[in-house]
Structures are given as C-alpha cells and as structure tokens.
Design a protein around this ligand. Sequence first.
Ligand code: AMP
Length: 184
Amino acid sequence: MGRHLLLLGPPGSGKGTQADLLCKALGIPHVSTGVMLRDHVARGTDLGKQAKVIMDAGDLVSDEIVVGMVEERLTEPDAACGFLLDGFPRSRPQAEALDRVAGGAMLDAVVVIEVAEAELVRRALARGRSDDTEETVANRLAVYRSQTEPLIAYYRESGRPVATVDGVGEILEVLSRIVTVLAS
Ligand code: AMP
C-alpha cells in the first residue's frame, strides 16, 4: 500500500475523522489545511484574522496561502515517507501546484468519500462549528461542487488511481472500506 494519500469528499463526509484514523494506523502525518487555518485563527495571527472571515462564509481561502502552507509542511522530515492530504487541494490551481512539488507526482491513491447531499447538511448542522450555519453549509457544498469535485476527473484523466468509497455507515465500517480499496 502506497503511503502518499489524498482524501477527497464534500464537507461533512467524515474526511477529517477518517484521515485521523488512517494516519494513526499507517504512521503517516495528517496534513489538513482546515486544521492549519483554524490553528492560525485560534492564535490570532494576521493570516488567521484574514482567513476567519472567509471560512465563516464557507468560501475558499486564497490558493496562494494554502499552497504555501502545504508546500512548507511537505518539506518537514516526517512527510518524507508519506502523508495524507485532507482538505487540500480544493481547486484546480491547488491541484496543479501540488503536482509541481514532488509530493503531488507521487500520489499513490486518491480516495473519494461519497455521501448524499441531505445527509451532508444534517451532519454539518449537528457539528456546531462557528462556520456551520445553514447558509455557510450550503455555500461550502456549492463551492465543493464547483471547485473541488472536478478534481476527481482531473486525477482520473492524469492517470492517478482514484477510488470511491461509500461514506455512510459507522466510522469503523467506513474506515474498513477505505483500507480495503487502498489494499487492492
Ligand atoms: P475544512 O476543515 O477542511 O472543512 O476547512 C474549513 C475551511 O477552511 C473551509 O471551509 C475553507 O474556508 C478553508 N480551507 C480549508 N482548506 C482549504 C483549501 N485547501 N483551500 C481553500 N480554503 C480552505
């Protein structure tokens, strides 16, 4: 099983939870731009102040900012033998930027977690994060459909192994589906 992984899926698909479990099981770092950005917000950095407004609206933080963060993160020693990207890339320019750094070219698997729209809305509103108002949730989904979902075709067309997994079910059930597709 390759160790350079990318998890794709709409907001509320359980990506973050599955990413945590997979990274613990595989011993690879969890690279989540959402976690990094929330850390900036919590620390009150200039970047965090700028990003908070955008995140609260459910829009995308600029490609330049997130690409810079990921590029820097992937050069850290613990990412030398593998990593799991969660929440990045979210747009075509981000995917192209990732392909320009060594990590993108060596992606071993792109796993797409699929969950129906109504279930996504129900889950997101139950999470209660500050960026989880009904309007924000709807916008995040629309942004996912227009900017991020097309990356599935981008990766397929460029010959990367793309697998889809049903994201509805118990956490460990979904995890085992992901492990199964990674092993095959
Ligand atoms: P997440 O935790 O992945 O759902 O990310 C939370 C929010 O952070 C998103 O709704 C975006 O506003 C922002 N964000 C996270 N990752 C990215 C990214 N790769 N590109 C742009 N914005 C991002």
